[in-house]
Design a protein. Sequence first.
Length: 107
Amino acid sequence: MITFYDAKTDEPLPYAPDAVITGWLPMFFDETDPRSAREQIDWQYQHGGGWRPYDGFRYTPQALYHKGDRPQPCLAYAKLRDETLRLYRGSWLAIEGKDSVEIARVD
């Protein structure tokens, strides 16, 4: 399990799936698993269809932008080795690697 942090305060968020915005996401990732964040969530999120990236956003660490929609602010973030995971409003998760970013819905 990894720890997510509040994007506004940088405070760690407690693990409470029914009460915290991250839900079950912290349980989908394991720092001792050598696979990438993308591979881990694809395996752990099979009930939701696995990891299916969506290319329609303009990405910034602070918000996602989609034409015609209001910005989706970053609510929480976590680190998994050299990757940063950012959870945005609307259950959008970005996995930011050294040279790339993938975004998918995880609701």
